[in-house]
Structure formats: C-alpha cells, structure tokens
Design a protein around this ligand. Structure first.
Ligand SMILES: *[C@@H]1O[C@H](CO)[C@@H](O)[C@H](O)[C@H]1NC(C)=O
Ligand SMILES: *[C@@H]1O[C@H](CO)[C@@H](O)[C@H](O)[C@H]1NC(C)=O
Ligand SMILES: *[C@@H]1O[C@H](CO)[C@@H](O)[C@H](O)[C@H]1NC(C)=O
Ligand SMILES: *[C@@H]1O[C@H](CO)[C@@H](O)[C@H](O)[C@H]1NC(C)=O
Ligand SMILES: *[C@@H]1O[C@H](CO)[C@@H](O)[C@H](O)[C@H]1NC(C)=O
Ligand SMILES: *[C@@H]1O[C@H](CO)[C@@H](O)[C@H](O)[C@H]1NC(C)=O
Ligand SMILES: *[C@@H]1O[C@H](CO)[C@@H](O)[C@H](O)[C@H]1NC(C)=O
Ligand SMILES: *[C@@H]1O[C@H](CO)[C@@H](O)[C@H](O)[C@H]1NC(C)=O
Length: 215
C-alpha cells in the first residue's frame, strides 16, 4: 500500500527534478536568446547562435560563449569583442546567472551602464566595456560586485564622478577609465595593488593626479 507521505515525498522529488532542470539550464539559454534578440548585429557575427538544438551543452559551441562544463548549458564567460554590435547593454544578461566574465569591448554599444549592474551580474570578476559609446555615469552599484578584479571602461563617453565606494572592492586589481569625460576625485585605492589609467578625462583629481580643490 502506498502511504500519503510516500506520495508526498515522491512529488517533492519530482518537483525538485523538474525545477532544478528548468533553473539550471533554461535560464542561460533564455539569456543568450534575449541578448541575440536585443542587440543589433549588422555583420551577423551571432548567426551561429542557433537555438533549435536542445542538447546539453549546445550553447557552449556558440561563438563567444564559454561554459563551466562543455556539456552543461551554464555560461561562465561571454566574449563578444570587436563584432560591431549596437544597441544598449542587454538586460537579459541577468539570466546568465553564473556569469563571471563579460567582454563587450570594441563594439558600438550605447546608452548607460545599467544602474543595477550588481544585481544583473553578481558574480562578475572581469568587466570589459572599453571602446564603445557608453554614456552617463559609472553606476554606484558596481561597488557591490564584490568578486570583481578587472574593470575596463576606457574609450567611452562616461561622465560625472567615479563612485568613491569602488575603493572598497576587496579584489580589484585593474581599473581603467581613460578617454572618457569623467570629473572629480578618483577613488582612494589604498591597498596599493590597483593598476589605474585615468588619462584623457575632463577633470579627474586626487592621488597621482592634480590635487582636488579643497571644498
Ligand atoms: C538552425 O539549425 C537548424 C537545424 O540544424 C536548421 O534547420 C536551421 O535552418 C538553423 N537556423 C538558422 C537561423 O540558421
Ligand atoms: C561604430 O559606428 C560608426 C558609425 O556608424 C562606424 O563608423 C564605426 O566603424 C563603428 N565602430 C565599430 C567598432 O564598429
Ligand atoms: C529572466 O527571464 C525571465 C523570464 O524567464 C524574465 O521575466 C526576467 O525579466 C529575466 N531577467 C532579466 C534580468 O532579464
Ligand atoms: C549594495 O548592496 C547593499 C546590500 O545588499 C544594498 O543595501 C545597496 O542598496 C546596494 N547598493 C547599490 C548602489 O545597489
Ligand atoms: C592588469 O594590470 C596588470 C599590470 O599592469 C597587467 O599586467 C594586466 O594585463 C592587467 N590585466 C588586465 C585584464 O588588463
Ligand atoms: C592609458 O590610456 C591611454 C589612452 O587609452 C593609453 O594611450 C596609455 O598607453 C595608457 N597608459 C598606460 C600606462 O597603460
Ligand atoms: C584617447 O584620447 C586621446 C586624446 O584625446 C586621443 O589622442 C587618442 O586617440 C584616444 N585614444 C583612443 C584609443 O581612443
Ligand atoms: C587615502 O587613504 C589614506 C589611508 O586611509 C589616507 O591617509 C589619505 O589621506 C587618503 N587620501 C585622500 C585623498 O583621501
């Protein structure tokens, strides 16, 4: 005789299995789909991103996609540099929930860097948005990306002040923002290990630059 508790535990196991499968892989597929849909790709660099297959790991063969394991649809790094891509930074990136590296350098992406960048890519260790057309301010929430060690924002149209809170990022090693329109004091990186490049901005000041006005 089958007891109620057995049916219950079987249902829980089944639910777990179904949900686990949906969550483990489908979100990353959805992520890449939404990136492909939202980005303008005039030279069809992402044409190889064909979602008709459903085998485990099929997205790992896409150009620019690196998975944690070649037979598991879970994205580790996205490297979509120098592809003449246009449009805003795709919010769909937030569905690549295990992403650690994002390289979109050398494209024509525009708009601002999302205010909620830390919620979109909480485990990011390397962010390269250099040589694009990004504008607006560097979001404060970048200071909440606690695993980040490289931030490259050179050659954009970023303006405003750099969030001072970036100085608190425990693993930061490279922070480069050359050729933007940034102003005001640079973060006071005191651990001595951070390589910076502030050249060709509008009016940055502070350690290693001209002193900031006292007010
Ligand atoms: C995707 O692959 C399928 C099966 O290999 C093929 O029939 C289809 O034409 C491809 N789609 C695109 C957009 O290339
Ligand atoms: C960006 O767009 C401009 C204007 O359309 C074009 O001249 C330039 O080559 C593009 N740059 C890249 C890196 O695609
Ligand atoms: C992730 O995908 C879900 C749909 O599956 C969507 O509702 C949600 O907005 C997406 N999240 C992000 C950050 O794009
Ligand atoms: C950073 O994270 C803290 C704690 O989760 C949160 O309270 C704060 O609003 C976040 N800051 C930004 C700018 O997102
Ligand atoms: C970080 O800076 C070091 C020292 O200049 C350099 O060797 C390294 O290539 C940089 N890393 C990146 C990702 O730019
Ligand atoms: C800093 O950035 C400028 C402009 O991108 C570049 O010319 C220069 O070589 C960089 N300096 C260092 C030390 O990397
Ligand atoms: C950076 O800015 C300087 C000064 O405006 C300019 O000469 C140089 O070509 C720029 N470098 C890049 C890589 O855009
Ligand atoms: C940067 O931090 C150091 C050590 O905490 C401190 O001595 C120095 O005055 C600070 N500099 C600025 C410009 O805030």
């Amino acid at each position: 005789m089958v007891k109620g508790s057995q049916i219950f535990s079987l249902s829980v196991t089944l639910l777990f299995f179904i949900c686990g499968k949906t969550y483990g892989t489908d979100t990353d597929i959805f992520c890449l789909k939404s990136i492909k849909d939202s980005i303008k790709d005039p030279y069809k660099n992402l044409q190889s991103w064909n979602f008709s297959s459903k085998t485990e790991g099929f997205i790992c063969k896409f150009i620019g996609v690196e998975c944690w394991h070649p037979d598991e649809n879970r994205v580790l790094n996205l490297k979509l540099s120098d592809m003449s891509l246009r449009g805003p930074l795709p919010h769909g990136i937030g569905n690549c929930t295990s992403l650690t590296g994002l390289d979109l350098s050398g494209n024509n992406l525009s708009g601002s860097i999302p205010e909620n960048i830390a919620t979109l890519v909480p485990f990011i260790t390397s962010l390269d948005l250099s040589s694009n057309q990004f504008s607006g301010a560097i979001p404060l929430s970048l200071a909440n990306c606690t695993y980040i060690n490289t931030i490259k924002l050179d050659q954009n149209h970023l303006s405003g002040q750099i969030p001072q809170q970036l100085a608190l990022l425990p693993r930061l090693r490279n922070f480069t923002v050359s050729n933007n329109s940034l102003v005001g004091p640079v973060p006071n990186f005191t651990n001595g290990h951070v390589v910076v490049n502030y050249s060709n901005n509008k009016g940055l000041c502070g350690p290693s630059l001209k002193p900031c006005p006292n007010n």
